[in-house]
Design a protein around this ligand. Structure first.
Ligand SMILES: C[S@@+](CC[C@H](N)C(=O)[O-])C[C@H]1O[C@@H](n2cnc3c(N)ncnc32)[C@H](O)[C@@H]1O
Length: 274
């Protein structure tokens, strides 16, 4: 292994928090599926215990496979995509660097920023000082569904999940922890439907979509796919989710995209633009 490869292996494992055991989960962290009454009780109990610097946590039974394949919502990791999808991201970025495919890198839907930090790390490892990493997110979580326009999102409730809302300041701090926050990193804050049509992005070599919903996927594809250079990669994180899958299929059909989709794992897919 070259020093660059060693650095990137360590960076992936650190961002995905797989070097350490997944800690037990504080009861108030994933409370969106509880009734309002139970949520209130859990919150009261947590606040009471905090008084004595105590926390009520729940043990879990995640196996290594679930963590590696990004099947869990982790407590401390800076990305939830798992090691296989990080390997795929590395593969795509390394190929565009090797082949000199023109353009920048973007992820739409970044959460704590881990996948974007990794893209910036790959550029740093190979001494690329020209390409930008665009970091597009509301930094407030997912939008409420707009069923009139996007019926596929009708029953989506992810907008209620506080865990998915991570501020830009927190994401910037995460980049800084790895020494990777600099002028090559550009934040696009806001809903995709507002930010992506007027983003300064000219050409893309890697387009990574991780916005979960039909609307978020379609906004990203519609605004950014035309900017993807020939030889560039389009990566879809959420093909296992009904809304995202429908948006990808609709977009590919309407644009006549015939490049074959390759599976990354149980949910990730990608294709290379011809
Ligand atoms: C599943 S998380 C992304 C996980 C991340 N890629 C990682 O590496 O862990 C989805 C993210 O998409 C963002 N998001 C979804 N739809 C959006 C939209 N329409 N506009 C802006 N942000 C959106 C949410 O705020 C959230 O941060």
């Amino acid at each position: 292994m070259t020093p660059e490869q060693r650095y990137l292996e360590l960076l992936k494992k650190t961002l995905a928090f797989t070097l350490w055991p997944e800690p037990p989960v504080p009861i108030e962290t994933f409370d969106y599926h509880r009734s309002p009454f139970k949520r209130k009780m859990a919150s009261l109990l947590s606040r009471l215990l905090a008084h004595w610097r105590l926390r009520l946590v729940r043990e879990h039974s995640y196996g290594n496979e679930q963590r590696e394949e990004g099947k869990i919502w982790p407590l401390y990791a800076q990305t939830m995509v798992g090691l296989k999808r990080l390997d795929n991201l590395q593969y795509c970025v390394e190929i565009v660097l090797r082949d000199g495919v023109d353009g920048d890198l973007i992820e739409t839907g970044v959460w704590r920023g881990g996948s974007c930090i990794f893209m910036r790390g790959i550029l740093a490892a190979y001494g690329d000082t020209t390409r930008k990493v665009y970091v597009a997110d509301s930094f407030e979580g997912l939008p409420a569904p707009d069923p009139g326009k996007y019926p596929a999102d009708q029953s989506d409730r992810l907008y209620q999940v506080k865990y998915l809302a991570v501020s830009q300041a927190e994401v910037e701090a995460n980049f800084a922890k790895y020494g990777l926050l600099d002028e090559q990193v550009v934040f696009l804050k806001g809903w995709f439907k507002d930010t992506l049509p007027r983003a300064e992005v000219q050409k893309l070599a890697v387009l990574r979509l991780d916005g979960d919903m039909y609307e978020s996927t379609m906004d990203a594809l519609g605004n950014l796919y035309p900017k993807l250079s020939p030889g560039g990669f389009c990566i879809i994180d959420d093909y296992a989710l009904t809304g995202c899958c429908a948006a990808v299929d609709d977009f590919r059909a309407s644009e006549g995209i015939s490049e074959e989709m390759q599976a990354v794992d149980w949910t990730g897919v990608y294709w290379r633009k011809g």
